[in-house]
Write a protein that binds this ligand. Sequence first.
Ligand code: FES
Length: 108
Amino acid sequence: MGERIENHIILDCKPAGQKIQITVDGKKIPAYDGEPILSALLAAGIKINRYTVKRHEPRGLFCGIGQCTDCAMVVDGIPNVRTCITPAHDGMVVETQDGLSKEVRHDS
Ligand code: FES
């Protein structure tokens, strides 16, 4: 289920931060303090971050560098947070987003 790489022949894959918990759509999942929220989501098998406005199609990891908004979610009540570049912290509340808020709605 999880997609976290724990051992790699070349790269050091040990997470830098302390083990924490975040809540995603009401469910607690493990994460590491400071890792991108999206890393914790993928490790927990969560691949859908938001749905488009017009067709209600699922979106998830695309660019991974904060450019496309496909990973946008509501984080601690704030919409349009790009989870691929936003660090996780203990107790964070993350929700799947339905569309984009008016400020960035241009591609949905
Ligand atoms: S995956 Fe493109 S902004 Fe996060």
